[in-house]
Design a protein around this ligand. Structure first.
Ligand code: AMP
Length: 910
């Protein structure tokens, strides 16, 4: 229980920010330069509520004396904690206080951290006792250190109310000594009485009940029945005749639920597991390797084990005969904790039936035994499927190839899945294997312009067939942009959206071979089905929570290791759903997992799975050591090279390209929604259902009622909720600006209304300090009013790749006149300004923001506007204008010039 503490001030009260830039109040003192310091900070009178030992947790920062210029002589790196016990609220002289301890820091902070106004927090816990008065004061004494005290938490421990062995034990406060056990005599519950002696338990200093002695039993004519079916808190005694009538002659949980004697008293009633899933066998001559997945339902217990029953199928339908003792099971036949077993020394050319059973501690009590096993029929030396004969190439991108193939001619059984093995040609020392249940798949994460070798094989319960012959396919070259997917998605839109308000894009009701598309979880009648379709259920016992790393909309975000059986331990982030949620909140929380689980890309946060079978409900994702990008950039202001920053932007663009290819519109792309790992890899995150509507602190209500993060959102999305990949591109431009200005707030402190107005009047953010011109041009392109003129993510990735490969292109920085802080710059629109002055090719290109092509035009022989008006799209490509949006913009302007010439027959004015 936490006691209330108020600090009253002898030190200075200061507003600060913590490591996450959240505002906090601290009490500080820093008189390191002056001699003879003796500064006290007192708390209010804290009531003990009867506790004899209390714990004090301090959070504070201490400045490293070595980091202080010349102050080392008198500077201290510790402070003292005191207490004073009293029965009434009466402040006392400091000399009456008793010292608890001298407190030192584990981490001190340096000048640099101070400059950043970011503090490193130390946490120290001390205990006080035995206490005998009603209350006490705490005090902190500074003798010349530089300290900021951030929090003081005072608490004590209790053994909670407990019902055990038909006796009730009251809520009990432990004794004052660490080794002391407080003996508590329990009261037998109604209709029960002590057996031999009254039951006793012992309350430890840590608030745990230990050493039970004695018990109560039901009085004559009464029998025990569990009191609670879901979380068993105890038992009650009811008359035996009543118990018989209800069928509960002994302690019985609700139908199908059970408990065993060794279960802890407050453990839930549990039930047997469901059957093992996905069981397959792999025959190798006279051995069979059986493999399966853990049951869907573990019954609320962690002690799930597997037993194998092996039977030989007798010829001519004469039934089954149990396998003899000569058959070997590795590691053993019963009580397997792993989900596989090798059965060796079977007879050849013989049919076997394996019964694979999942059991747990309460299985023996189950009435419906058939629910818990599956059978597998296996013939030793059985033929595996024949090889897949043809593999075809489908949609091909720069980093992906769609593949499809036909079932093998002779499957020899039901095909459970296919394995696709691939590697880059002439690099066959390492290869990748992926699996598919369908006869098609998109292989992603490939290199552009590279030849890959693919082979496919099928698997049945008899094992794998041979691999197909090798098929060679090549990925598309860099920067060859085909709008296929975009237009495919666009063509599909508009007829399968169930609830347009939430629809990011239409569902994949229509299937396009070789192109994976995002499926709106709303297309599932039961949202739980969507979750389990796209997210793996993880048993909570594989997860350890180590610390809290953030606060999400639905509860805390923690991190810790995930140890999946047979897999390497990895660090994961764990989003929890706080207790007391409604069914709707649970659905909304899990919505994010249904979306995230559909993505598989190095720049999209990876979903490891969900925990829905136990509480709290959790979403498990990969852990990103450096947290969200905006905070990370602010913390590391000016610390990265331009190439590093462009690398981060490239990653984000690549993730967004993948999302737009999948037909998913993010709607809240912003640096705060990008996570960064220890290798500076940026990943797009935040796919929550309500994020734009509720969660994002940046979101504001628009006149049309929706909640939108104004500063990041394209004008058409603000005005009439036209959210598309093109509006995501606008937001991407803002993210570029955030990155290049190390986390500066877009449009600074301007109000949302002013931002909308300025953007409407064609003003745009100026180039950040030291920003390469090429990047600023790209940002400006992302902020084209006409959304079709904005580059596609595909083109953005290409352009950034080009810049990375040619770093000298990043040397030219934004002209300082473009970056007058706090002033927005006017965006030259494609329409241009129509001043009546004849311009050069360079000026014309500048006026439509295409100045970067001036050199290419001149080199290509187009040195006058007259010549330019003769140009075709083909000519444009030839001089080197490759981006579709730019071609369109230049051609539009050329057409305008032609119209003008025909109308006026005068020199070209633009
Ligand atoms: P969210 O609810 O997704 O906005 O998460 C809240 C905060 O938790 C974020 O701002 C991050 O600081 C942190 N967080 C969320 N997911 C992760 C992760 N995968 N790795 C590291 N930190 C995370």
């Amino acid at each position: 229980l936490v006691l209330t503490v108020e600090l009253w001030v002898m030190w200075e009260e200061i507003g600060e920010v913590d490591e996450d830039y959240a505002p906090i109040h601290t009490y500080q003192v820093c008189r390191v330069m002056e001699q003879n310091q003796n500064n006290w900070l007192h708390t209010n009178w804290i009531l003990t509520e009867g506790a004899q030992r209390v714990y004090i947790e301090l959070k504070f920062t201490l400045r490293d004396c070595n980091s202080l210029p010349g102050g080392v002589g008198t500077c201290k790196e510790t402070f003292n904690m005191y207490y004073y016990e009293t029965d009434e609220d009466r402040a006392m002289k400091e000399s009456r206080y008793i010292k608890v301890d001298t407190i030192a820091a584990d981490e001190s902070f340096t000048e640099l951290d101070l400059g950043d106004r970011v503090m490193k927090l130390n946490t120290e816990v001390r205990d006080l006792g035995p206490l005998s008065r009603k209350g006490f004061y705490l005090a902190f004494q500074d003798l010349g250190a530089c300290i900021a005290l951030v929090s003081v938490r005072v608490f004590y421990k209790r053994c909670p109310f407990l019902v055990k062995s038909l006796a009730e034990f009251p809520d009990t406060i432990p004794g004052s000594e660490a080794s002391q056990l407080v003996e508590v005599v329990g009261h037998c519950i109604n209709n029960s009485m002590p057996l031999y002696e009254p039951p006793r338990m012992h309350c430890s200093a840590d608030g745990e009940w230990l050493v039970p002695i004695g018990k109560c039993v039901c009085a004559g004519g009464f029998g025990t029945v569990c009191r609670c079916q879901v979380l068993l808190k105890g038992e009650v005694c009811i008359p035996i005749n009543v118990a018989r009538q209800t069928g509960a002659t002994s302690c019985s949980c609700e139908d199908e639920y059970h408990k065993i004697d060794s279960d802890p008293p407050n453990m839930a009633c549990t039930r047997p597991p469901s059957a093992p899933r996905n069981a397959i066998s792999n025959v190798n001559e006279t051995s069979v390797f059986l493999e399966w997945s853990i049951p869907m339902e573990t019954g609320g217990r962690k002690d799930v084990r597997y037993n194998i029953l092996c039977s030989r199928v007798l010829p001519d339908g004469r039934g089954l005969e149990e396998c003899g003792p000569n058959v070997r099971f590795l590691p053993r036949r019963v009580g397997l904790s792993n989900t596989s077993v090798m059965v060796a020394d079977l007879q050849s050319h013989t049919n076997y039936s394996f019964l694979l059973e999942a059991v747990n501690g309460v299985s023996e009590m189950a009435k419906d035994y058939t629910k818990q096993y599956v059978t597998l029929n296996v013939t030793t030396n059985q033929a595996a499927p024949s090889p897949v004969s043809v593999v075809r190439k489908g949609y091909t991108g720069k980093s992906s190839i769609g593949l499809s193939w036909a079932e093998p001619d002779r499957p020899n059984g039901i095909i459970l899945e296919y394995e696709i093995k691939y590697f880059e040609k002439e690099q066959d020392s390492s290869y990748t294997i992926i699996k598919s249940k369908e006869t098609e798949m998109v292989v992603e994460g490939l290199k552009a312009s590279s030849v890959y070798i693919f082979q496919v094989r099928a698997r049945t319960s008899a094992g794998y067939g041979a691999f197909s012959r090798r098929f060679e396919f090549q990925t598309s070259p860099y920067c060859e942009y085909t709008g296929t997917i975009q237009s495919t998605m666009a063509a599909r839109c508009g007829f399968v959206c169930l609830r347009p308000k939430w629809c990011h894009v239409c569902s994949a009701a229509v299937k396009f071979p070789g192109v994976r598309t995002y499926i709106d979880p709303l297309t599932y009648e039961d949202p739980n089905q969507a979750v389990h379709e796209f997210a793996q259920e993880i048993d909570v016992s594989f997860i350890s929570i180590e610390r809290i790393i953030g606060a999400g909309e639905f509860g805390e975000v923690c991190c810790g290791p995930l140890r999946l059986p047979g897999k390497r331990e990895i660090q994961v982030a764990i989003k929890t759903l706080k207790a007391g949620y409604t069914e709707q909140q649970r659905r909304d929380f899990l919505w994010e997992a249904s979306i995230m689980g559909q993505f598989n890309h190095p720049n999209i946060i990876r979903l490891e799975g969900v925990v829905t079978k136990s509480k709290p409900v959790m979403i498990i994702t990969e852990y990103m050591e450096n947290g969200s990008l905006d905070t990370f950039l602010k913390k590391n202001d000016g610390q990265f090279t331009v190439i590093q920053l462009v690398g981060m932007l490239r990653g984000i663009a690549s993730g967004m390209r993948y999302l737009s290819d999948m037909g998913y519109v993010h709607r809240d792309l912003a640096a705060r929604n990008i996570l960064v790992n220890s290798n500076l890899v940026c990943k797009v995150s935040d796919f929550g259902l309500s994020r734009v509507l509720e969660d994002d602190a940046e979101a504001a209500y628009t006149t049309r009622g929706g909640k939108i993060p104004i500063r990041w959102t394209a004008p058409e999305a603000i005005a009439y909720r036209k959210f598309t990949s093109a509006s995501d591109v606008w937001s991407y431009g803002i993210v570029m600006w955030e990155v290049m200005s190390y986390g500066e707030r877009p449009y600074w402190e301007m109000s949302n209304q002013d931002v909308i107005k300025a953007v409407e009047e064609n003003y745009r953010l100026p180039g950040p300090m030291d920003c390469p011109e090429a990047l600023y041009h790209l940002m400006m392109d992302c902020w084209q009013r006409e959304r079709t003129n904005r580059p596609k993510f595909d083109e953005i990735v290409c352009l950034l790749d080009k810049l990375i490969r040619n770093p000298s292109s990043l040397k030219k920085l934004v002209n300082s006149s473009h970056r007058v802080s706090n002033l927005l710059v006017e965006h030259a629109s494609a329409e241009g300004d129509c001043s009546a002055r004849t311009k050069s090719v360079g000026e014309w290109l500048d006026s439509i923001k295409m100045g970067r092509y001036t050199e290419l035009f001149v080199e290509g022989g187009y040195s006058s506007l007259e010549m330019v008006t003769q140009m075709t799209s083909e000519d444009l490509r030839r001089v080197g204008v490759n981006l579709a949006g730019h071609q369109k913009k230049i051609i539009t302007s050329i057409q305008e010039m032609r119209v003008h010439m025909n109308n006026t027959n005068s020199p070209i004015n633009i």
